[in-house]
Design a protein around this ligand. Sequence first.
Ligand SMILES: *Cc1c(COP(=O)(O)O)cnc(C)c1O
Length: 467
Amino acid sequence: MRYVSTRGSTTPMAFSDAVMAGLAADGGLLLPESLPDISARLDDWRGLSFVETAGAVFRLYADDIPHDELDALIAEAFATFDHPDVIPLVEVGDVRVLELFHGPTLAFKDVALQVLGRLFEHILARRGGDLNIVGATSGDTGSAAIAAVAGRAHMAIFVMFPDGRTSPLQELQMTAATDANVHCLAVDGSFDDCQRMLKAAFADQDFTARRRLGAVNSVNWARILAQISYYIHVSVNADGPCTLAVPTGNFGNILAGIMAREMGAPIEQLILATNENDILARFFDTGVYARGTVHQTLSPSMDIQVASNLERYLFLRLGRDPERVRAFMSAFSEHGRAKIGGSRKGENRVDEAVTAVRVDAQETLDTIAWAHASHGYLLDPHTAVGVAAARRTADASTRPICLATAHPAKFPETVARATGQDPPLHPTLSRLRPEDARRTPIPASATALKDYIANQDDLARISDRTS
Ligand SMILES: *Cc1c(COP(=O)(O)O)cnc(C)c1O
């Protein structure tokens, strides 16, 4: 399988190169040249464990890594999850909840990042060399990326977060990592400053090449691929074509669902659930993608206005035509607004398979309260957005499957506000020791970031030589 850019001007590359590159050199995102059709395999795949399904899915796309090594790496990644089924499906009244939060940081991002960290390590071991992973986070991504890279060979990770603007628990999930290859940088500025610093560091091509920078955000194809696995697993094992509700921010999770459906997984409908940051809901209803301002909500990991993965969807939807993708993206960056046609003549709805739903704070709280009072089940606020969207739109007889993206213990304040009770402490969180916290304050400047990385990188090389 070869990988091509949505902007059309990179030479097609192998899976391992796509994983190491993250973003394409022409500024686009990487996608497989074609999507394998799995319809003939569905019967064979029914009854497989999630780990086995993921192995089968990765084989289709990661054909430059030997099967046994791929299987071992995937099994090891999901052995870090604390549930025997890895991603259990549970009944909560008229909906089913797919718990994707049993990994080391209690958020669904672990599913993809635990695999990605091991893929990096595997590829680096084979090719030689090392990698400095740099990221910016407003909360969940940072800890999941750290958990994926901490203590792994040939890699270091540098995570920037806005000092004082993540929750104390989120900060501790990052800073309590004791491995020497983890660097938490508390930036004196906002999340936007962190992102600007990140972009500036990557834009310096000399620096990027010399310091071997790598990225772990959801533009990395391997993250989408890992997520495709659970859509296929849950849909082939469901009784009949299913409806899935997906709490959406950067469009990485639901994109995997759209691609699984395109491959032939028995998925009837995908419900795209947003909070008050509803740019994607508006786009799927009207075809108009128009930037708004970012609202702070009860589901902070979905507080995003510009969804980087939408570009992959546009590429698929616009006939894999890079010209049309470029036209759309440049209209959007110039005017903050771009449009595509509807899925049928005379209709504005963009995709017959996607129903977009916006859920506000009150409905989110009401949904948490409903699940708790009626079924004794605790929802985190992100998952609650998806459950609310499913209960409002889907036919209850289809028993929609809602993807649970975080454990409720990660968001105790909102859960307590909705239910009147503090959620029980999760052992993963109570194990974190504030006395282990290590962080380095840095000013909000790209130079400060680059200096810090260069300095640590030099130290690592000196110790490599002396060891
Ligand atoms: C990242 C995240 C989301 C949003 O997922 P996208 O792939 O960005 O759409 C939803 N919920 C939680 C808890 C997250 O951490």
